[in-house]
Design a protein around this ligand. Structure first.
Ligand code: GLV
Length: 321
């Protein structure tokens, strides 16, 4: 009797060399598009599948997990897994995996790109040149603010926050962290840890590196924005809903802060209209991990996780709740 291979749903196109790693041991049901698979279709196609490879923007809620009557592993091609109901998965004994570490460097690089873009007004300057708004060099055209000697406040002391901090000495910046007690906080020196309030009051750049949870949702809101220095900028490469965009738009309008660099948004791909119209806001389309090297490595790790679990072995990078 021939043994049937386990079936795996892959919700987005991925490098074929990576998908080839699945083929010897699994039957692949690939959504070849670049568009999101509607939730109902994810549910319908999960029936009878043992594995799922999904993206951070696929909603794998209790309904999807219930529809996946044969599911044994959910592998997200992302470090954040707020889109997956890990409690419902655990209740069914389904292993959930993510792709930590390998995207740390790429996301830290994008964070610095945003910090520099906002403080040196790169997007605004580029737009001015393109529309013919640069009519000759003048002494005080497009003046920005300097990083040297300033304070970088990192909210969240996880891998990405620490990687961003590691670059700060190159700019002669001082770093402080606000982080809740636990393993992440233990991995940074005590002298650098301050309360969120102190971080907001004293930092020139505030960069957010938090997972999205019920406690971190809207951690940046009208009250916390009002604590920031008027000359400071806010950077978010974590998850959009960590920031109340309506409040951020208000704070920028009221000049309570000097600018913002955002790679993530509350309702992607929608961006709050109050942010779209501002010159002092640099907007990127959720590209923190978007380098060829990192995306290929993320896809390969997700595939390995599926192959391992479906082969009866432990996952390489199971999520830790
Ligand atoms: C992307 O946003 C990720 O969580 O990896």
């Amino acid at each position: 009797m021939t043994e049937t291979k386990p079936a795996v749903l892959v919700t987005r196109r991925m490098p074929s060399a990576v998908l080839d790693q699945l083929a010897p041991s699994c039957l692949v049901d690939l959504h070849p598009g670049t568009d999101d698979l509607p939730h109902e279709e994810v549910c319908a196609r999960l029936r009878g599948k043992q594995g799922l490879i999904c993206m951070f923007n696929d909603r794998i809620d209790a309904a999807a997990i219930a529809a996946g009557d044969s599911l044994r592993v959910i592998a997200t091609v992302a470090v954040g897994f707020d889109n997956i109901d890990v409690v419902a998965a655990a209740a069914r004994g389904i292993v959930v995996t993510n792709t930590p570490d390998i995207l740390t460097g790429a996301t830290a690089e994008l964070t610095w790109a945003l910090i520099l873009s906002v403080t040196r007004r790169i997007g605004e300057a580029d737009r001015a040149v393109r529309r013919g708004g640069w009519t000759g060099w003048t002494f005080d055209f497009m003046l920005g603010s300097e990083l040297q000697g300033k304070r970088l406040g990192i909210v969240g002391a996880g891998r990405i926050g620490r990687a961003v901090a590691a670059v700060a000495p190159a700019f002669d910046m001082q770093v402080v962290f606000a982080a809740k007690p636990g393993a992440d906080r233990d991995s940074v020196s005590d002298e650098t840890v301050v309360s969120l309030d102190e971080l907001l009051l004293t930092s020139d750049v505030v960069s957010l590196h938090l997972p999205l949870t019920e406690t971190t949702r809207h951690v940046i809101n009208r009250r916390t924005l009002a604590r920031m220095k008027r000359s400071a900028c806010l950077i978010n490469t974590s998850r959009g809903p960590v920031v109340d965009e309506e409040a951020l738009s208000w704070a920028l309008e009221e000049r309570l802060i000097a600018g913002a660099g955002l790679d993530v948004f509350e309702e992607e791909p929608r961006v709050h209209p109050g942010l779209l119209q501002r010159e002092n806001v640099c907007l990127t389309p959720h590209i923190g991990s978007a380098t060829r090297e990192t995306r290929a490595a993320m896809a390969a790790l997700a595939v390995r996780n599926v192959v391992e679990v479906l082969g009866g072995r432990p996952a390489v990078t199971p999520v830790h709740r």
